[in-house]
Write a new protein. Sequence first.
Length: 285
Amino acid sequence: MNASPRARTVLPLAPDRQGAGLHEHQNDDLLVCRDIVLEFGAFRAVNSCSFSVRRGSITGLVGPNGAGKSTMINLIAGALHPSSGKIHYAGEDITDLAPNERFHRGLVRTFQIPHEFAHLSVLENLMLVAPHQAGEQMWSNWFSPGRVRIDEDEIRRRAWATLGFLELTHIAHERAGRISGGQKKLLELGRTMMTDAQLVLLDEPAAGVNRTLLRKLESQIEYLNRERNYTFLLIEHDMEMIERLCDPVVCMTEGSVLIEADFKTVRSDPHVLEAYLGETKDAAQ
Ligand SMILES: Nc1ncnc2c1ncn2[C@@H]1O[C@H](COP(=O)(O)OP(=O)(O)OP(=O)(O)O)[C@@H](O)[C@H]1O
């Protein structure tokens, strides 16, 4: 379980209040999404969605298929921009910031290793992600080659340390495209460790991961939360994982937040049950 203190419970919204500001956001909120709307053509995928992520928490984002969870993660990461609403991160309005600017502020999203990195080794994939590499800047190469060397050595050292932590040292020189799905998830987590992450967005980390690797992934998420003070926002359909790791849990349905509370309260909430039941009925038809 996340070691940080559990702060608040927000009771389910009455249906006629859905989409209204969910609650008073607090100073310890690292991320605040307020009244976010996103339309794809005539379809409103996110409908006045408001929730916050407390600094130091592992916040779960759950909800039936199509609820708008991944779209919200895309909006928070900056891959999509809302039609209306505001996103605040670390006290600043980031609604219009580009994804790379968010990344440099420590808002990091994990992603499947893209094709262009699949042919690189696991070690190289880690080294590539380190922020503020002097070698990135042409002027550094011209004027201070020594500094580039030191940076690269430091990044390499950090990459090996990360591999050691993830127990992936034995596959350091494997091509990233050839490792197992579970190992890729660990590598994604490792890539966040090469950055100065503050808020890590994890989209379905458990998907395609076997039980043993899943427990390892969970304990590493807990470790990074506890020891490196990472805050996580985690989308997951595996409710056991959500129960073990997350507090609070935000449940979305039809583009809005239905409830934000501890796992037990969310699980037993009749509106949540109804939302998931609707999904089951749709699948059965
Ligand atoms: N690029 C797009 N164009 C049109 N509709 C989209 C697009 N992306 C998502 N949608 C729709 O928006 C709604 C929300 O999708 P989203 O992927 O955010 O849901 P989700 O809660 O993450 O679902 P799942 O748990 O199945 O991944 C869905 O109805 C989806 O079909």
